[in-house]
Design a protein around this ligand. Sequence first.
Ligand code: SAH
Ligand code: DHB
Ligand code: MG
Length: 221
Amino acid sequence: MSEREDWRRIDRQIAELFVAEPGADAALAATDDAGMPAIELAPPHAKLLMLLASMRGAERILEIGTLGGYSTIWMARALPPNGRIISLEAKESHAELARANIDAAGLSKVAEVRVGEALDLLPRLQAEGAGPFEMVFIDADKDNNAAYFDWALKLSHPRAVIVVDNVVRYRAQDTSSRGKDDARSFMQVVAEDPRVDATVIQTVSIKGHDGFLLAVVKGEA
Ligand code: SAH
Ligand code: DHB
Ligand code: MG
């Protein structure tokens, strides 16, 4: 058996053992049935987000990139009853399905999906005084990661947790000059940002080799 098959098999075992969430599983199935791309977080990673939100005691969470709401539902599970997660999604069809999945999971009181380009919605969130957020999950169009990260800092609490998906898969090892938007330069931007402590964790999963960036905003909570 190849190493890759091992990763996948073991990732499935981990998911079976540790990662059951009926609402999220239903969202995954519905997203698949709708023919939308299967690019949700691998289940153990979705569970990790829930655990991080829980460790941070997050009451307000911001997500950029909703798809069918799989990761949204997982993070919403860590919220207290008065908590709130706002997820931003560019595609109306994705947002509609996510709302239906969130509703079916019984989370429509805590989880809200907003439709539009994230870079249009983020200034509006700021204008209406949403946040500060104790956790931000960035998982949309990768070329805007640096801009999203900057927004995450503007809208977040000291000691907020920021997670950015797919920073390895997207050209992390490309040392050619692809300009400001490649993953390597994004990592470099964060590494040099004095406002955060951060690292990147490489991962293997059912989705293969990838990695996520994990940052904590400096300051007194
Ligand atoms: N976080 C989800 C997966 C998100 S997939 C999960 O793990 O379950 C990425 C999503 O980002 C897609 O639905 C895509 O439509 C959305 N997206 C892409 N560009 C965007 C943009 N500029 N603004 C908001 N959403 C965007
Ligand atoms: C893919 C995976 C992701 O997690 C994502 O956010 C976007 C695309 C992919 O496998 O192509
Ligand atoms: Mg992703």
